[in-house]
Design a protein around this ligand. Structure first.
Ligand code: B12
Length: 211
């Protein structure tokens, strides 16, 4: 039986959506285990992409092409597996803060988290503290991730943290933050648990926060 996994990984890395679909379909047809196709083909490819992006060897458009290729493979495989079969690495509620409409980076972070095995609940853009709170109550994530691209919206992150304290939920959920104007100093200042400068590091940070 040919080993499809390496070839699927390589085509995820190069963002060849049609080829990933074709190979995934062939791997399914040849009787390969759907969970193995994900864990040994699709995800390892995206992990390489995450590492290269972090190292500045790949850029946003290429990463998006890889993520789309991976998702196309996932779409074929997912219906074949019961959700309990894929252990989730944990739940993350992710959103761009109030007043801020930038979501390209936040969505990239979401894709990287998903490809690292996390379940991502995306609350979208312009998400105020109440929106995060509501989603935390509903989904009970281990981590929330907040994104801000404007210096004027950065402080909305603090408002969310303050609301979590008021509601007695601060010690139940880890808070990670990111976005171009955000720094580790700012994270320390507002009492967040962590900051990551890019999507690849965000997935690593999330693993660390939940360890
Ligand atoms: C694209 C863009 C837009 C698009 C957004 C489209 C969209 N759907 O996102 C549009 C045109 C709508 C827009 C609007 C505006 N924009 Co604009 N925009 C940009 C631009 C050019 C790129 C941002 C981007 O997507 N970068 C690529 C992504 C991949 O990078 P990233 O967002 O930094 O995300 C990475 C990391 O930061 C990190 N990360 C991000 N989020 C998170 C979250 C977590 C939890 C973690 C761990 C990590 C993490 O990981 C990501 C992936 O590696 C930037 C300039 C720039 N170079 O940043 C200006 C910029 C952010 N915009 C700016 C401005 C001023 C505006 C407007 C006010 C313009 C206006 N006068 O109307 C409006 C504001 C609208 C609003 N209320 O939000 C300024 C902000 C200045 C400032 N310091 O506050 C910038 C810096 C441009 C500039 N030099 O002046 N913008």
């Amino acid at each position: 039986m040919p080993n499809y996994y390496e070839e699927i990984s390589q085509n995820v890395i190069t963002g060849q959506l049609d080829r990933v679909k074709q190979l995934t379909q062939q791997a399914i047809g040849a009787g390969n285990n759907p969970v193995e196709i994900i864990n040994q083909g699709l995800i390892p490819g995206m992990s390489v992409v995450g590492a290269r992006f972090k190292a500045g060897q790949m850029y946003v458009p290429e990463v998006l092409m890889s993520a789309r290729a991976m998702n196309a493979g996932m779409d074929l495989v997912k219906p074949l597996i019961l959700s309990e079969d894929i252990p989730s690495a944990g739940k993350v509620v992710l959103g761009t803060v109030k007043g801020d409409l930038h979501d390209i980076g936040k969505n990239l972070v979401g894709m990287m988290l998903e490809s690292a095995g996390f379940t991502v609940i995306n609350v979208g853009v312009d998400a105020g503290p109440e929106k995060f709170l509501q989603s935390i109550k509903e989904h009970q994530p281990g981590v929330i991730g907040m994104s801000a691209l404007l210096t004027t919206t950065m402080l909305a992150m603090k408002d969310t943290i303050e609301l979590l304290k008021e509601e007695g939920l601060r010690d139940k959920v880890k808070v990670m933050i990111g976005g171009a104007p955000i720094s580790q100093d700012f994270a320390d200042e507002i009492g967040a648990d962590g900051f990551a400068p890019d999507a690849g590091s965000a997935a690593d940070l999330c693993k660390k926060l939940l360890a």
